[in-house]
Design a protein around this ligand. Structure first.
Ligand code: MLT
Length: 392
């Protein structure tokens, strides 16, 4: 063919981190068909959708089977009932976000990747280590990405740079992969930086449901965030929607760049390239966001956080340094005996048949660290913890 490809794709790793891991595990399983492999790698949930969610989805399926209540294309920005349910969800924790500032989508990953469409050629600021989608999606469209190191010294919570520059800034709190969570002062420093420099923050709050301490669960809990921040959230980790797919992006009406409202651009982008989340899923999302839904989700979260506590206790007993696992479903541990992240991945897979995620896969500052997810089944998590403990 004579057409030109987007050569920026050649600047990113050939395959996505979790695809690499899946391939390595599948190769191992082919070579050792009897091995009992326990996966604590990708942050995929294992508990089913809750009762109020599946009841709502069942009712929606019945509606779809009847001519009078059947629905075709969903509105591009979500049905009003979900936008209102999201707005009510935030109102219950003191954050005002009107339904027209909420854009329902098929999850945080897609929205985080697609938001690059509405920005021009700005410098991008991304903490390292971090969820790989932020860097990869910007490199794919030729953007210059500046990494800001997070490490044990800064508690994996970097502060804004001293250099004053207008950036598109990505912040994930509670953080994937480290589990570190910004307090009000830490997040306010970023909001002040963004307002002073004319930057925009893309705030990924996909893990906010796991916060139990006194930390902001939304960036809009911080004064003046409405003039500098877009927030992206999802039901994947909180309500078990990893396969069901529903999330939302919030763009305050006053958020403007170059005299243009960012919400208007996102609406235009979505109307052109997206046809909405299925009706049945949106009814499930509405239920998950209801007060009853919140009660049921808290049970899922409590289950996973108990898994985190089991792993944390074992690591503490072995004197292994780690962070996370308190306001986050991820445990971020230092690899033993100075091992590299991938070296420890191989060691754990071969010697204990346990799969985790190498810290280096989230950026070079993640080298020497390893991520374990608490989203596993309880008995399998206990078994994996025993096997890891025996190795350390
Ligand atoms: C992770 O394991 O980091 C996440 O599950 C990946 C994702 O949400 O896409």
């Amino acid at each position: 063919m004579k057409i030109k490809i987007n050569e920026n794709f050649l600047r990113i790793k050939e395959s996505y981190l979790f695809s690499d891991i899946a391939k390595k595990v599948n190769d191992y399983k082919s070579a050792h068909p009897d091995a009992d492999v326990i996966r604590l790698g990708i942050g995929d949930v294992t508990l089913p959708l809750t009762k109020c969610v599946t009841d709502a989805m069942r009712r929606a399926v019945e509606e779809m089977a009847v001519k009078e209540t059947f629905r075709g294309y969903a509105p591009e920005y979500g049905y009003d009932f979900v936008r209102q349910a999201v707005s009510d969800y935030y109102a219950r924790r003191g954050v005002t976000m009107t339904a027209d500032e909420i854009y329902v989508g098929d999850g945080a990953k897609s929205d985080l990747g697609n938001l690059t469409d509405i920005f021009g050629d700005n410098p991008i600021l991304v903490p390292d280590p971090v969820y790989p989608v932020y860097v990869d999606s910007n490199v794919m469209c030729g953007r210059e990405v500046t990494l800001i190191e997070s490490n044990e010294e800064n508690g994996f919570l970097p502060s804004p740079p001293t250099e004053r520059r207008a950036y598109v800034i990505y912040i994930c709190s509670p953080n994937n992969p480290t589990g570190a969570v910004y307090d009000k002062a830490g997040l306010s420093a970023w909001v002040d930086y963004a307002n002073e420099t004319g930057s925009v923050i893309l705030f990924d709050s996909a893990y906010e449901g796991y916060i139990s301490g006194d930390y902001p669960r939304s960036i809009y809990e911080i004064e003046d965030a409405r003039t500098c921040a877009i927030e992206i959230n999802s039901l994947s980790k909180r309500a078990g929607f990893t396969g069901t797919r529903c999330g939302w992006t919030m763009i305050p009406n006053e958020l403007e760049a170059g005299g243009v409202k960012l919400g208007k651009l996102w609406a235009r982008r979505q109307a052109t390239k997206f046809n909405g989340v299925p009706y049945v899923v949106q009814r499930g999302a509405e239920a998950a966001l209801s007060e009853q839904g919140e009660i049921e989700c808290r049970e899922l979260i409590a289950y996973y956080m108990k898994n985190a506590a089991i792993m944390a206790e074992a690591l503490e007993a072995k004197g292994v340094w780690f962070t996370g696992g308190k306001n986050s479903p991820y445990i971020w541990m230092r690899c033993p005996n100075g091992m590299g992240s991938w070296e420890f991945f191989d060691y754990l897979l071969e010697r204990a048949q346990v799969v985790g995620t190498p810290g280096a896969g989230f950026g070079s500052a993640g080298e020497g660290y390893f991520r374990l997810t608490a989203f596993g089944d309880r008995d399998r998590t206990i078994e994996a913890t025993k096997r890891i403990g025996a190795l350390l």
